[in-house]
Every structure is written in C-alpha cells, then in structure tokens.
Write a protein that binds this ligand. Sequence first.
Ligand SMILES: NC(=O)c1ccc[n+]([C@@H]2O[C@H](COP(=O)([O-])OP(=O)(O)OC[C@H]3O[C@@H](n4cnc5c(N)ncnc54)[C@H](O)[C@@H]3O)[C@@H](O)[C@H]2O)c1
Length: 315
Amino acid sequence: MKRALVTGGAGFIGSQVACALLDRGLHVEIIDNLFTGRLENVPDQAILHEIDIRDNKVNQVFEEGKYDVMFHLAAQMDVRKSVINPAFDAEANILGGINLLQACKNHSVAKVVFASTGGAIYGEQEKFPASEEHPQNPRSPYGISKLAFEKYLQFYHCEYGLQYVSLRYANVYGPRQRGDGEAGVVAIFVSRILDGRKAVIYGDGKQTRDFVFVDDVVKANLQAMDYDKCGIFNVGTGKETDISTLFNYIRQISGSVQKQIHKPGLPGEQRRSVIDSTLIKNTLGWYPTYSLKKGLEKTVQYFRNCTSSKEVDNY
Ligand SMILES: NC(=O)c1ccc[n+]([C@@H]2O[C@H](COP(=O)([O-])OP(=O)(O)OC[C@H]3O[C@@H](n4cnc5c(N)ncnc54)[C@H](O)[C@@H]3O)[C@@H](O)[C@H]2O)c1
C-alpha cells in the first residue's frame, strides 16, 4: 500500500486531499499544527501528527512513516499577513518547507506535490490569462515564499533526484474554507450573508480573480501524484470574475437582499488575476469540471448546513 503524508491535512484543501487519498486506498498521515486547520476536518482513518513543520520532530515522523509521497499544503497562506510580517511568512513557508524537504531526502520520499499559487506568483499580470511562462514578479512576501519553495524543489530534484509537481492554484473555494479569516473571499461573503451580517467589498469591486472549486483542485493533486515526471502547472479556470459580480452571484444563490457595501481598497491588492491551465490539460488531462455557479451552489449549501446544525462536515 502506498504511504502518503499530507502537510496541512487539517486545513480546507489538505483535508479533502487526504480524504481522496484514503478513498484511493492509500495509507495517509497528516502533519498540522492546527493554526488555521480544524481537528474535525481530519479524516478518521488518517493519523494526525500535531506538530509544526519547522519542528525537529518532523524527522522522527518521517523515519517512522516511510512515506512514498508528500503533499505539501501546510502554509502561512494569508497574503495580507505576509505583508505585515514577512519574516513569519518566510519561517513557515520557506524554512518549514526546507525542513520537510531535508526529511524527504533523508528518508527516501520519492515525490512531492506542492500547493503553490497562481494567484500571487505572477504579480500584476501583463497577459491574461497568465501561462506558467509568464514573468514571476510576486507583489507579496507570500508569493515570494511560494516561488522560493519552487526553486528549492528544483534544487532537491537536481541534487538528490526528488521528483516534484508544483500546482499553482488560482483562488480556491468550496466547503470547509474558513469564513472567519482575512483570506478566502467566497467563504467570507457566504458565511456573512447567510448569518445576516454585512459583507464588505474593498475598493470598487472591479478587481478580478479566477475561482476554482476545491473538488477540481483535489483531482489535480491526485493526477499530479500519478504523473511520472516533474512539472509546474497552473490549476485554474481561465475565467475572470470581478468581486462585485461574485458578491451578486452569492447574494442571488443565498436568496439574500443585502446591498453592496464598499470600503476603501486595500494597499498592495492585485487588480486582475486569471491563469491559463492549458499545460495541465495537455499533460495530465486535468480540466475544471465545476462552473462558478455550480461550485457556489455547493458552497452555499455547505455553509447553510453548518449554520443550521453547527456541524462542519455534513455537505
Ligand atoms: N485557498 C486558496 O485559494 C489557495 C490558493 C493558492 C494556494 N493555496 C495553498 O494551498 C495550501 C492550503 O491552503 P488552504 O486554503 O487549505 O489553507 P488552510 O489554512 O485551510 O490550510 C493550511 C493548513 O496548514 C496548517 N499549518 C499552517 N502553518 C503550519 C505550520 N507551520 N506547521 C504545520 N501546519 C501548519 C494549518 O493549520 C492549516 O490546517 C496552502 O499552502 C496555500 O498557500 C491556497
């Protein structure tokens, strides 16, 4: 039986990757410090190691785990926090990542599948949608740390033969995303609108993003595991949606009459972001199967169930 480690496996995306791997019959273990992750996200059949990826204990976990593959999703993933505290971002995303890569090298892990970012790695785009070849000029320490980790992956591959696939996700949304943080505009809007609280649009609402549903992202992770070469792939829809339109869709699906409320734009926020996923389609056969409307309907349904039952996992 193949053995997988999922870092960040108590989080929004990582926990759903862990579930999909269990469904595929893999042995699954998780490293998560529960910083933004939730215990109730961890699947029953998975073993949780509640530690920080920067911790020396990581080595012991790898020694006993004998993993074939690591899915690396644990991260400080709040762009605004990374601007306020770049050192904290780099500690988790670069130093924590290197700690894991050293353990991969020392304990003969064959492959790493990495959660990179297509939303932050290219910076203010020159072309729309951006392919993987687009210049990478991240505007935030978060984007810089993700780019740096991709370079470390290349180093560990060249030097030690570690295989890797880096998946540059667009803006991921769906069930289990936290609506109480600063990041994850869909979850923030949906949870606030359903609770009857005000959802704020920063700026004119014309800033755009590429929204990809979490099930499609999970599928990309599994296809990346099966790929027998290294690669860097965008994982998005190629469709640009502005925040104002997103708000209106969510309002309509939720049956709310809440009006748009605008506050001044946030410093350093990217204006337009949309990525081209032709490469992963041609190489791995991956393509997004959820339209934004279908994905939002599933997301609203999930949050509705959570609000009514206060259970997190009943969609
Ligand atoms: N959500 C998105 O739109 C998006 C887009 C691009 C890339 N990503 C990447 O996908 C990955 C998962 O993101 P998510 O949206 O599921 O976020 P999340 O916050 O739900 O998941 C991150 C998980 O990592 C854990 N974690 C954080 N720091 C840790 C540390 N130092 N040691 C151990 N565990 C730690 C958290 O507790 C959490 O469970 C991240 O690497 C993120 O950068 C997400």
